[in-house]
Design a protein around this ligand. Structure first.
Ligand code: CAA
Length: 242
């Protein structure tokens, strides 16, 4: 039986590339999404991957959504916590709502999504969890105090939970993408992208979602059982070291 994988935020951007890559190598995959019904429908149409709508910042919605996925596909072996949002702004202009939204989705979302699948993984003695963090957790980013804090929180979550999962053959790892061709990065003002960001990327280009998906494929494989609590960076050399 193929292992079952759930990718949150799996119908667009990096998440869609991860869902596609997992499906192409034979995993049974489900993708969750929150807002964009149209993109989710076209993703489903082109890939055949089932899509499920809920908000990862809502714990009860996660419990319900995960039970719907498991009823259709079977117990979840692999969870990719990819759903994430940004609400950029300089700290002196940042509102409490911008702070809470980003923490609610990017950090609380990891608790909300992982907590319901954890007991089953422990019982079955197998699990793979990959959390999509960010280069901006590692280096900090002007205009992203909320986002950097949430994504750095994801790394702490990864490291602590890895210790708890180790004896049950559950690995918990993080991937830190750099600036990648997605809607989130396309929303950056063009002058900022051209003048401030691209010159900082040694390979001279943005990453592709498929390049991040390769990292996830590696970490979720049965053969990757010795890799846990780790952070895999894919950022074109923009940030090197911890
Ligand atoms: N790196 C370096 N400098 C940056 C920068 C960046 N990423 N973003 C903005 N700046 C600079 C601007 O060029 C400007 O400098 P100058 O005054 O010298 O021109 C200064 O910071 C202020 O920027 P703005 O004039 O744009 O000020 P604003 O108040 O209108 O907007 C902002 C501020 C909302 C932060 C806007 O600049 C912005 O959206 N910047 C991009 C921030 C960013 O990098 N976000 C990452 C999104 S992608 C992502 O989050 C995915 C991931 O994991 C990597």
């Amino acid at each position: 039986m193929a292992r079952v994988a759930l990718v949150s935020g799996g119908t667009r951007g990096i998440g869609a590339a991860i869902a596609r890559a997992l499906s192409q190598v034979g995993y049974t995959v489900a993708a969750s999404y929150h807002g964009n019904e149209e993109r989710a429908a076209s993703f489903h149409q082109t890939t055949g991957i089932p899509v499920f709508r809920w908000d990862v910042s809502d714990y009860d919605a996660c419990v319900d959504g995960i039970s719907r996925v498991e009823a259709e596909l079977g117990p979840i072996d692999i969870l990719v916590n990819n759903a994430g949002i940004s609400r950029d702004g300089m700290f002196h202009k940042m509102t409490l709502a911008q702070w809470n939204e980003v923490i609610g989705t990017n950090l609380n979302g990891l608790f909300n999504m992982t907590h319901p699948v954890w007991p089953g993984m422990r019982e079955r003695g197998f699990g793979r969890i990959v959390n999509i963090s960010s280069i901006n957790a590692q280096k900090g980013q002007l205009g992203q105090v909320n986002y950097s804090a949430s994504k750095a929180g994801d790394l702490g979550f990864t490291r602590a939970l890895a210790l708890e999962g180790a004896s049950r053959n559950i690995t918990v790892n993080a991937v830190c993408p750099g600036y990648t061709e997605t809607d989130m990065v396309r929303a950056i003002p063009p002058h900022v992208m051209e003048e401030k960001i691209l010159p900082q990327i040694p390979v001279g280009r943005l990453g592709m979602p498929e390049e991040i998906a390769r990292c996830v494929l590696f970490l979720v494989s049965d053969e990757a059982g010795f890799i846990t609590g780790s952070t895999l960076s894919a950022n074109g050399g923009q940030h090197i070291g911890g």
